[in-house]
Design a binder for this molecule. Structure first.
Ligand SMILES: [Zn+2]
Ligand SMILES: [Zn+2]
Length: 670
């Protein structure tokens, strides 16, 4: 078994270390126990309540100095209790003139700090615990005090505390992005290594502060920066932070997957295996991490997993190795390319076989049932062995296309001879061509995927962070972009989609701003095609089966038409199924578009929200609802011969409220 040479010593000793004791929490303890000078108690309490100190960390979850794996929320709850106790113990009126500069800095009492500095206090002078004033200001996110101390000559990269860290290291451990930005603006060096051997980016990874990781990398910090042991942030994340993040987050910045550290010569995958970090292993394998690199002991990741006897990891590594080996075969590569086509063929053949068994010249439905079970068993084997997991999501799509194929064949062979005139013939052909055209357009048109180059993303992160708008509610951590208004990240397509409606099961594609109108026509023409077939099935039965519903009653009529042609009943049932869902979706979509002005996703979200609200929420009173005609005109971009003026909003790049010229309404995010 691989033993981590660095082991626990590499864990941040933040909670155990001396720095924490002399930090804000220690000061708060002293506050609670009455050790602080009287005025400091008032100021401290005020700062706690108003300032961006620890109290605000709990409120905005900016994450305290806890090593990965600690329950942060629990810690926050604990801190709140302490804080409440401290507040109860406070006297009402006190004098702040006795407060020393360290306490005044910790609690952000700017006037007192200024008074002491102007009275001759050297801002470079560390306290008795070798911590500078800049450290205390940084850890408590006191931006104005940092500016003041630096203007008075404080050294921005001053080393201090037991861990020999810079103020930047302290700010990163606490997750204070504004402080990190400020210190970097004053020239703080993010490449400096602290007493534990970590650079700034390593600390951000260990404490899982994603905005800081994104900002440091965007400002030019190498994602492959090594710590004192030669470990990259990716190795550290795979080894120390269980779970998919921040490993997945780091992988978006294209780090080196196969570099090795200095001591053990382990790759990030070795480290993930050593820690049993299944999520990180999954992410690394998906990114293409090598399975063959050997560490200093000559072990591959699989050897390590076998030594650790972790069955799940052994299975994951072996399955990946097998899949990669298969890619070397030409036949396999060809099959991979044709997977979708093969799936479609499988669907067409299976549907024919089902119809054939039903139509089989035998009165024994027991035999037919048995044959159907055998057929389903055989067909389920095919996708399992020949089709990749990801392509299985196209099963509903190939089922729909297979159905339409047999509907068309049945119509051509069995129904065309019954047609009274050529008009019906051409209308049906036109409907099916229009259906295929709009299916293709829905499939092939970009629904509104957000696109940005790596440089654009980095610039975006810097701009958002420095303007204080790096808000992870509007910033997509998967695409590393600011999400446009009404866009949603689709986890199937792994991209944000502008004016997202849904990821459609039947087309296998996202429905968004770019293809939503094609989708409506796709549903419309599918319903029309199904309509025709249902109508023509009844015509067929009246011509070919010696029974009528009126004369024989329902039961005899049903028995007779099944006996007459089981295949037609089979096609009729398939058609009825597709007719039901397509008509339901079409009516639902038209209602949402015309009467609500909302997408399916927005409507569902609003309905979910309304469950938690006391008052009933009106879906019609949203900023996107501009009235029946205007909603339709905007959606289809159609002026109806000059009757309405459609408003063209590009939802792929709309981030803020929109002024609508037609209705003079202001749109807001729902
Ligand atoms: Zn996204
Ligand atoms: Zn999607």
């Amino acid at each position: 078994m691989l033993i981590d040479g660095s082991g626990l010593e590499r864990q941040p000793r933040w909670r155990r270390g001396h720095e924490q004791e002399v930090g804000v929490e220690a000061a708060r303890d002293r506050l609670a126990s009455g050790q602080l000078p009287p005025l400091c108690r008032v100021a401290a309490a005020t700062a706690e309540m108003e300032g961006p100190g620890l109290g605000s960390q709990c409120r905005n979850h900016s994450h305290g100095p806890h090593p990965p794996g600690f329950g942060r929320h629990e810690v926050c709850a604990h801190e709140n209790k302490e804080l409440a106790k401290a507040r109860e113990a406070l006297p009402l009126i006190e004098d702040s003139s006795n407060c020393d500069i360290v306490k005044a800095t910790q609690y952000g009492i700017f006037e007192r700090c200024k008074e002491l500095v102007e009275a001759g206090y050297d801002v470079r002078q560390p306290d008795k615990e070798n911590v500078s004033l800049l450290h205390w200001a940084a850890i408590n996110n006191r931006l104005d005090l940092v500016k003041f101390y630096i203007s008075k000559g404080a050294v921005v990269d001053q080393l201090g505390g037991d861990l020999n860290s810079t103020p930047l290291h302290w700010a990163i451990r606490q997750g204070h992005l504004p402080m990190v930005i400020l210190l970097l603006q004053y020239g703080a060096d993010p490449t400096l290594i602290d007493g534990e051997g970590f650079s700034s980016i390593h600390l951000a990874v260990l404490f899982q502060h994603m905005p800081i990781i994104a900002y440091l990398i965007s400002k030019g910090q190498s994602v492959n920066m090594t710590d004192v042991n030669g470990q990259t942030p990716l190795m550290l994340s795979a080894h120390k932070v269980l779970g998919p993040e921040p490993t997945g987050f780091l992988l978006k910045f294209n780090p080196s997957l196969n570099v090795v550290d200095k001591i053990h010569q382990n790759t990030p995958l070795h480290w993930a295996v050593a820690a049993g970090n299944v999520n990180a292993i999954d992410k690394l394998l998906e990114a293409g991490a090598s399975l063959d690199i050997r560490n200093v002991k000559g072990e591959t990741p699989l050897d390590m997993a076998q030594q650790n006897k972790n069955r799940l990891i052994i299975h994951m590594l072996k399955a990946e190795a097998k899949m990669r080996a298969n890619k070397n075969f030409r036949l396999w590569r060809w099959l991979q390319k044709c997977e979708l086509f093969l799936l479609l063929m499988l669907s067409v053949i299976t549907m024919w076989a089902v119809g054939y068994i039903l139509d089989f010249n035998s009165d024994s439905w027991l035999l037919k049932g048995f044959l159907l079970i055998v057929l389903f068993f055989l067909t389920s084997l095919f996708p399992r062995f020949l089709v990749g997991y990801k392509n299985l999501m196209y099963l509903p799509t190939v089922f729909l296309l297979g159905s339409v194929f047999w509907i068309f064949v049945t119509w051509f062979i069995l129904f065309v001879p019954n047609l009274a005139g050529t008009t019906f013939y051409f209308v049906f052909i036109l409907s099916i061509v229009a259906f295929l055209y709009f299916f293709y357009k829905t499939w092939a048109t970009d629904p509104g995927f957000t696109k940005a180059s790596e440089e654009e993303r980095k610039m975006n992160i810097i701009t958002l962070a420095e303007t204080g708008s790096l808000d992870f509610r509007t910033f997509c951590t998967s695409c590393l972009i600011r999400k446009p208004l009404r866009s949603v990240h689709c986890h199937v397509c792994n991209s944000c989609v502008a004016r997202y409606d849904q990821h459609c099961l039947w087309t296998g594609r996202c429905i968004g701003f770019g293809n939503h109108h094609y989708y409506i026509f796709f549903l419309f023409f599918l319903s029309i095609v199904c309509d025709w077939i249902i109508y023509e099935s009844f015509i067929y039965w009246s011509n070919h089966c010696v029974t009528t519903f009126k004369e024989d009653g329902l039961w005899t009529y049903l028995n007779q038409i099944v006996a007459c042609s089981p295949w037609v009943v089979y096609i009729f049932m398939l058609t009825s199924f597709h007719f039901s869902w397509s008509t339901f979706l079409l009516l639902n979509q038209l209602f949402q578009i015309a009467f609500l002005g909302l997408t399916s996703h927005e409507r569902t979200s609003l309905l979910k929200q309304s469950r938690h609200m006391k008052q009933t929420l009106s879906l019609r009173r949203t900023p996107y609802n501009l009235g029946f005609t205007q909603n339709l005109a905007d959606f289809f971009q159609c002026g109806c011969f000059g009757l309405v003026k459609p408003c063209a909003v590009d939802w792929t790049s709309q981030y803020t409220m929109v002024f609508h010229p037609a209705k003079e309404k202001v749109l807001r995010s729902v």
